[in-house]
Design a protein around this ligand. Structure first.
Ligand code: GTP
Ligand code: MG
Length: 531
């Protein structure tokens, strides 16, 4: 309908509208009555306009709050990025966390079996650490490097008289390790392209991540998790045993694959044919259950403990440590607890994107996109494409790692690597307006390490003769990382927000995450001491 006609029609409608008719001024209105009416009308209009303005402002505020928040988790491998993501999940999509809990059983089993194999390798009469070209990540994580960068040879150490018996009895676990790796690595025949192996660096030590491993891929973020990039299958040494850390998908595919049971045709707990996985004779729990007494005996054997000490292997500080809980983990009806899931170690390859919708508090309705990246050196070129779209970065630096080396380059101290990475992030001009939150992580491990007598000044000369306790050491790192930001940031107004964290600790991390969330939303970083 043409506009003139439309106006006319609406006028006609309003004239015949009984309400409009009632509001029309009386025909015999005096000039005083008219002035009073007009004043009252003007006031009513003012009130109405201010209500309209309030509604408009609220709408803008709501829109602002609804805007997506993009957070990138950065830091070296094993710094705790994926664990931080799990904490976000636990807080903001507990139903999804709950649904995936059972699938983490496979990872916990694999972590446990690998710890056992690590012990067997370390206490073997044939082991000479100096001959080992490669030590896997978790081994490297638990080694204190001697002054020449190598642990002392194990050849002259304590003999483990029961070694052969342990080996024979635990042989089924070696097979199980292969089965579990396979289950986790090839969950789906239609799976995406594989990345080059972590163990195949290019000549400059940085192997390329293929296209799938870089940003943006072909966004299939249905549900909440979306993976850009894939995993590599662990290497196999000449001995036929894996020495590398298992790298598997962090996508929902492997989770489904494990949760749904094994090969086709096998009766599945989830199809209702049997009551639970423990009734399935092919389930890994049976091998673990049968080997549990020997695993316990091995771990508690004083000769084994002595040998591990001589080799300076502290498994209790390594990723995915479950050796103190063998009976619980190997029980037939074992279901991982929240803490078990948080401790489970699965290396990330590529980029995992997770979406949360905050359903309570002041940030209600805000969509959060959190990107969890692989931190190993050959994964880092996948980070940059995300720099232009993030509002905030949570950078994790594990400060307990001052005496450890990178698994991908054993010449590089982990803390030095963290400091260099941090410097690169804070000085990056593309990130000048991105909010920065720094988690000085693994404070629990730092504390136990310092209490065990490991001295920071033996690895960091600049620490001098300051006290070797948790407070002094963490303060020193806080200042060191803070000073780098102050010196190199291209944005002098940017405030840095530093936390001392142990992201496996759910209660404390929940408090920190709530604060970080509010601060990121406000875009207003403040330096606070929360722990
Ligand atoms: N004790 C302790 N363990 C931690 C802490 N943070 C992480 N971990 C453990 O360290 C291991 C490595 O953590 P991840 O979150 O997988 O590390 P990441 O940064 O994602 O590593 P990549 O995926 O290789 O880049 C896991 O087994 C975690 O449970 C911490 O603060 N304290
Ligand atoms: Mg990870």
């Amino acid at each position: 309908m043409p506009k003139a006609k439309q106006d006319h029609a609406s006028r006609r409608r309003s004239m015949s509208d009984p309400l409009s008719a009632a509001l029309r001024p009386p025909p015999n209105e005096t000039p005083e009555q008219r002035t009073a009416r007009q004043t009252a009308e003007a006031e009513a209009k003012k009130r109405s306009d201010s209500i309209d303005e309030m509604i408009r402002q609220e709408r803008i505020d709501r829109k602002k709050n609804k805007a997506d928040v993009h957070v990138l988790l950065l830091g070296q491998s094993e710094s705790g990025k994926s664990t931080t993501l799990k904490q976000f999940q636990l807080l903001h999509s507990p139903a999804a966390f709950q649904a995936e809990r059972i699938a983490w059983r496979a990872v916990v089993y694999l972590n446990l079996v690998r710890s056992i194999r690590r012990i067997l390798d370390a206490v073997s009469p044939d082991t000479d650490f100096d001959e080992h070209e490669e030590i896997d990540s978790a081994e490297a994580a638990s080694l204190i490097i001697s002054s020449n960068g190598r642990p002392p040879s194990a050849l002259s150490g304590t003999r483990v008289p029961n070694y052969e018996r342990y080996r024979t009895r635990l042989e089924p676990l070696i097979d199980l390790e292969g089965r579990l790796s396979h289950l986790l690595s090839t969950p789906d025949e239609d799976e995406a392209v594989r990345l080059p192996s972590v163990s195949a660096p290019s000549s400059n030590g940085h192997s390329a991540v293929n296209d799938n491993g870089t940003a943006n891929g072909n966004g299939h973020s249905a549900g909440s998790t979306h993976v850009n990039g894939v995993n590599s299958i662990p290497d196999t040494t000449g001995t036929g045993r894996n020495t590398r850390e298992i790298t598997v998908h962090t996508s929902t595919n492997w989770k489904k694959a494990f949760a749904l049971g094994r090969s086709k045709g096998t009766k599945s707990a989830h199809s209702g044919e049997i009551e639970g996985w423990w009734e399935d004779p092919a389930d890994p729990v049976h091998t673990l259950h049968a080997c549990a007494p020997t695993m316990l005996e091995l771990w508690r054997d004083p000769a084994v403990q002595a040998r591990l000490r001589e080799n300076r292997i502290r498994l209790e500080e390594s990723s995915g440590f479950y050796l103190d809980e063998i009976p619980r983990i190997t029980a037939k009806k074992y279901i991982p607890t929240d803490d078990d899931v948080l401790k489970a170690r699965l290396k990330t390859m590529g980029v995992v994107e997770h979406t949360f919708s905050i359903s309570s508090g002041t940030n209600r309705g805000v969509q959060w996109k959190i990107y969890d990246v692989g931190g190993a050196r050959n994964q880092r070129q996948a980070w940059a494409p995300y720099f232009s779209e993030v509002n905030a970065i949570i950078f994790l630096a594990p400060i307990s790692a001052f005496d450890q080396v990178l698994s991908e380059d054993q010449r590089v101290n982990r803390l030095e690597d963290s400091l260099l990475l941090w410097k690169a992030v804070v000085s990056n001009k593309l990130l000048a307006n991105v909010n920065l939150v720094l988690f000085l992580n693994k404070c629990d491990l730092l504390k136990s390490k310092l209490e065990a007598g490991v001295r920071l000044n033996q690895h960091m000369i600049s620490y001098g003769d300051r006290p070797n306790d948790h407070d002094s050491v963490s303060k020193y790192f806080r200042n060191k990382f803070g000073a780098l930001h102050q010196s190199y940031t291209p944005n002098k107004d940017r405030e840095l927000y530093i936390h001392l964290t142990a992201v496996t600790d759910t209660r404390r991390t929940a408090t920190i995450i709530a604060d970080v969330r509010d601060i990121i939303i406000k875009g207003n970083l403040r330096d606070m001491r929360l722990v």
